[in-house]
Design a protein around this ligand. Sequence first.
Ligand code: ADP
Ligand code: MG
Ligand code: MG
Length: 255
Amino acid sequence: MSTLEIRDLHVSVDTESGPKEILRGVDLAVKSGETHAIMGPNGSGKSTLAYSIAGHPKYQITKGTVTLDGQDILAMTVDERARAGLFLAMQYPVEVAGVSVSNFLRTAKTAIDGKAPALRTWVKDVNGAMERLGMGTDFGSRSVNEGFSGGEKKRHEIVQLEVLDPKFAILDETDSGLDIDALKVVSDGVNRFHDKGGKGVLLITHYTRILRYIKPDYVHVFVDGRVAEEGGPELAEKLEAEGYAAYVATAKAGA
Ligand code: ADP
Ligand code: MG
Ligand code: MG
């Protein structure tokens, strides 16, 4: 049993008018085997939370902790975070010009495991993952994210998730820009990952529709840089019916 724990996390970014606090005391714990959805309006700080856990240099942690089984994640390099078992799929993945998907995956897997994967099973694993995500066989030879459609980026994220096999996956807007067929394929991939057992999933999303395919154990409503409400899957249904307006108004009144 593993736990990813975020405690009283405060994060600022530098802006032209000085540092701006975006996360204002986030508390959240994800245990292995659990799927948590973070839902909230645009601009509430969801991506900032993902980037902060990922170690993006733009985000300054001013207070609080992020730990994985008690280990200080925030003290780790980005590579160390991956080796510790964290996987962070970004909302806007970078292009890696000239690096093929196959080489990218192999380099990442080698870095995480500390040794190169055995070639025979590796090729089978990668091709299998691509096939399950509905990618053609030439996908492995394409440059990472170069000219990828929104849907291809998301499928590529899930191929990475399958192949790298982390303990915890943080998926930011995995559903954005997907048509209904791609949404189903990508959701199936996340569910396969969860069904391996012992995997923690933090699914960050603006829309409730992906939660028709991925069933969260817990739902957190994120407003104005912190968790405003927590509940079970029924909370997602309430949000689908009522939206975020009530939570936003409450956050404003309290500010
Ligand atoms: P969400 O993912 O919930 O839509 P974000 O984390 O992207 O929210 O953004 C939260 C707030 O922080 C927004 O008001 C956004 O403009 C601001 N913000 C995020 N990153 C930066 C940055 N690098 N510089 C300035 N403002 C930022
Ligand atoms: Mg479950
Ligand atoms: Mg975002």
